[in-house]
Design a protein around this ligand. Structure first.
Ligand code: NAD
Length: 426
């Protein structure tokens, strides 16, 4: 197979896609016969770039860049979130779609990998503008998404309301309602119990499994969390509820520390219901953002954005375990140093797979119109992630590789086996 890159991929691009390619290079020697298909993962199967014109409240028409990348569909329909962020670009969406291929296969979900994004700062739009943007973007994508084609879900900057507008727009365009076209929907329109906190809960489940094998105790352990959004705040709450001490929480608005432990439920109430800010939260002290990395802790959960743990801050990190709630938070060079420092890294493609796992439960519930209890969801999530963790941990031990490479070995073997069996058309 040719290793030439497609013209739209810039070989010198230092962005997240290059990081994904580097991760594939590390796994290839472990794939045996299947390695001859690896080039299929070095390019996305389908890339859609759309113009999203939006009529703004003041009457102007503004144009936004929209993307949807279906990286690989060998094991099933595409699956992956939709991101609204001003820094979204093609390289980022391609990498995120590649990581979805790996993540879905690592936990054995019957999906390929996909991701979407719009280059926009949602905080700068009114609710009406956000709705019009979402509806136009969905409409532009309507020929490639669908419950059996490609199923978006929330990611950074999007939420249940955005998913509700997507379902509605898709239904109007197709003349019939298909709730399984997206996951992460509001409960009242076919969403699943337990979906909102699933990614953060999943971070805890895999961390608990790793801690058991590393001889660490959850109760009393010191945890730091970067990002207090969907993933970070759920992770902080579950760790806290399980007896860990959350000693620092960082968000774009500030960095809070309290060696005795921060109550994330209280912080959430203070921010949401009390209308308070980070600076006046009584349960912790505000410190400078850079100090976050050097706070002594047992477990660190980066749950904000990619590229956070780099050569610039890695040597300050004291954690024994890093749980990648975010996608791509650690650069490959920084990860090598973490391993040399004796720190175990639970890679994004395993650590944050809880969200897509409960998305899969939502999709199954939509297909059968039969809904499960929250306890059912928690128990099934725990089982799927614990089993995936166990087999990946064994591969890491057997092959003497880190957990990221072990996760890639598991996932790439599944994807490429399906690829080889399906063969090449025509
Ligand atoms: P979100 O928008 O709900 O929250 C992001 C959080 O990160 C916010 O609290 C924001 O203030 C903080 N943040 C942003 N930039 C920061 C910075 N420079 N320093 C400190 N904090 C910063 O997003 P989310 O859904 O929680 O997603 C977070 C990460 O998790 C992303 O990488 C996303 O791709 C990944 N992820 C999300 C899900 C999901 O179910 N939402 C699933 C898997 C992976």
């Amino acid at each position: 197979m040719s290793t030439r890159l497609p013209s739209y991929l810039n070989a010198a691009d230092p962005g997240p896609w290059a990081m994904f390619l580097q991760q594939l290079d590390r796994v290839e020697p472990h794939l045996g016969e299947l390695a001859r298909w690896t080039d299929t993962l070095r390019r996305p199967k389908r890339t859609m770039v759309v113009d999203v014109p939006v009529r703004m409240d003041d009457g102007r028409i503004e144009h936004f860049e929209g993307f949807r990348v279906q990286h690989n569909l060998s094991r099933g329909p595409g699956k992956g979130g939709l991101r609204y962020h001003p820094a979204v670009n093609l390289s980022e969406v391609m990498a995120l779609s590649g990581w979805m291929t790996i993540k879905n296969a690592a936990v054995n979900l019957p999906y390929g990998g996909a991701k979407g994004g719009v280059r926009v700062d949602p905080a700068q739009l009114s609710r009406g503008e956000l709705e019009r943007l979402t509806r136009r973007y969905t409409s532009e994508l309507s020929s490639i998404i669908g419950a059996e084609r490609d199923i978006p879900a929330p990611d950074v900057g999007t939420n249940e309301q955005v998913m509700a507008w997507m379902v509605d727009t898709y239904a109007i365009n197709h003349g019939s309602i298909e709730t399984g076209v997206v996951t992460g929907k509001p409960i009242s329109m076919g969403g699943s119990l337990g979906r909102r906190d699933a990614t953060g809960r999943g971070c805890f489940v895999v961390a608990r499994e790793a801690m058991r094998r590393l001889g660490m105790q959850v109760a009393g352990s010191r945890v730091t969390v970067q990002g207090f959004g969907n993933v970070g705040n759920a992770a902080a709450r579950v760790f806290h509820d399980e007896g860990a001490r959350v000693v620092a929480i960082q968000d774009v608005h500030g960095t809070l520390v309290n060696e005795a432990g921060i109550d994330p439920h209280a912080l959430l109430r203070h921010l949401r219901e009390g209308g308070g800010g980070w600076a006046d939260f009584p349960g912790a002290t505000l410190v400078l953002a850079d100090q976050f990395w050097s706070i002594p802790c047992d477990v660190m959960v980066p749950a904000a954005l990619e590229g956070q743990i780099t050569l610039a801050n890695v040597s300050n990190i004291r954690a024994r375990l890093i749980v990648e709630g975010a996608n791509g938070p650690t650069t490959p060079e920084a990860e090598d140093i973490l391993h040399a420092q004796g720190c175990t890294v639970l890679p994004d493609v395993l650590a944050n797979a809880g969200g897509v796992t409960v998305s899969y439960f939502e999709w199954v519930q939509n297909a059968t119109s039969f809904f499960w209890t929250e306890q059912d969801i928690h128990a099934k999530l725990d089982r799927v992630l614990s089993e995936a963790f166990d087999s990946i941990w064994r591969i890491a031990q057997d092959k003497r590789v880190n957990l990221r490479t072990a996760t890639f070995i598991t996932a790439c073997s599944r994807v490429l086996e399906a690829r080889a069996l399906r063969g090449l058309y025509p």
